[in-house]
Design a protein around this ligand. Structure first.
Ligand code: CUA
Length: 393
């Protein structure tokens, strides 16, 4: 009897929670109304079965409860009932799966005039690549990935030279224009997900996956990585800005091409001011995912905070202590497992950083300490500043 009441309360409570819960879907900002419809169908079917099965259980508990002098009768099988159950279950499962198959077929078949956008995932950052107007995306190969060429583009492929590279977490898209998304990963499984677009897909190392959507509402939308991809997973976020065509074209024009980034990191790249280096270091800390684990305000994180790190003494797990000078920071970035700071797990991944990027990161880390203010003058290395380079229309 008690269990019957608990079950009824559970079912009624769940249904009420569904209708009165404040957690609803975000307003749709793409063409994929069908995703919502499919979700609704799934919800209705599973909801009906949830209610029916629990109430059946309540009925059974009451109808066949133990009574004085009653005995259970032996009923080994019931062919007629089994046929009904198998048929009914099969129909319900088809009703659940079929709409999804139709939507998926449409989801991976972009209109021929769709804009192309490549998304590149890497622990724990997003990068993007556009072909130029009516152009093609150039060939890429994981073997070509390096600090200077994070996209792994083939310099010998002429189609790639004018590809537009966005080496950061924010990408813009034009309003009401279909976009074909091409997804790849430099390391592990990631998942590109923008809840408002109802569109998502895994980024699988070694292959290119794809889907399409049309953004239908201007705005700033957060990109979430939806596959657990390591300690920085929760912070692998980005931004999609949906804006009108003119604003989009203006933004796109300001982004560098592959040829430009290669020229900027080449031997002819000149020296830059320390301000530019500091800014580059700050951007690298973002784009390389450092800030996922190292706070810059002194708050505790997965790794030691960078605030007031430089020039201060740090205790290591082996009982020794070390002054956090440039040599120590450099070593910690290049060989993270060499010296582990006391109280932190040895989980920092090895980063792909060039000499120039390393120097910029050091300038940035030093700037976060009172002791580091004077240290910047000591860094007089050539640091290419390709992030600031813009393409002239
Ligand atoms: Cu990338 Cu989670």
């Amino acid at each position: 009897m008690v269990i019957s009441i608990v079950l009824v309360v559970l079912v009624v409570g769940s249904v009420l929670f569904h209708f009165f819960s404040p957690w609803r879907l975000t307003p749709l900002a793409s063409n994929w109304q069908q995703m919502d419809d499919t979700l609704a169908i799934t919800f209705v079917i599973t909801g009906i079965f949830f209610i029916a099965i629990n109430f059946l259980l309540v009925y059974m508990l009451l109808r066949f409860r133990h009574r004085e002098g009653s005995r259970a009768s032996y009923a080994p099988d019931n062919k007629k009932l089994e046929r009904w159950l198998i048929g009914g279950t099969a129909l319900a499962i088809m009703a659940l799966l079929a709409p999804g198959l139709f939507v998926y077929a449409a989801y991976i078949k972009p209109p021929p005039d769709a804009l192309q956008l490549e998304v590149l995932g890497q622990q724990w950052q997003w990068r993007f690549r556009f072909p130029e107007q009516n152009g093609k995306l150039g060939l890429s190969d994981a073997r070509l990935v390096s600090a200077a060429n994070p996209f792994g583009l083939d310099p010998r492929d002429p189609a790639g030279q004018n590809n537009i590279l966005i080496n950061g977490n924010e990408v813009h898209l034009p309003l009401n224009k279909p976009v074909k998304m091409l997804l790849r990963s430099n390391d592990v499984l990631h998942d590109f997900y923008v809840p408002q677009f109802r569109a998502r897909m895994n980024l699988v190392p070694g292959m290119v996956t794809s889907f399409w959507f049309t953004p239908t509402k201007p705005g700033r939308y957060e990109i979430l990585c939806a596959q657990l991809c390591g300690v920085g997973h929760y912070n692998m976020r980005g931004i999609v800005v949906v804006e009108d065509e003119a604003a989009f074209q203006a933004w796109l024009k300001a982004q560098p091409t592959f040829a430009m980034t290669m020229a900027a990191t080449g031997p002819s790249a000149g020296a830059h001011t320390s301000d530019a280096r500091l800014e580059q270091g700050r951007q690298l800390a973002q784009s390389k995912g450092c800030v996922a684990c190292h706070s810059i305000d002194g708050s505790s994180g997965v790794g030691p905070s960078w605030k007031n790190l430089f020039g201060h003494t740090t205790s290591l797990t082996d009982g020794t202590s070390v002054t956090a000078d440039e040599a120590y920071l450099k070593k910690s970035i290049l060989d993270p497992s060499a010296q582990i700071v006391k109280g932190f797990p040895p989980i920092m991944p090895k980063l792909e950083v060039s000499e120039a990027e390393l120097a910029a990161l050091l300038v940035y880390i030093e700037s976060l300490s009172a002791a580091g203010q004077g240290g910047q003058q000591g860094m007089q290395k050539d640091v290419p500043q390709h992030a600031a380079q813009t393409r002239q229309p």
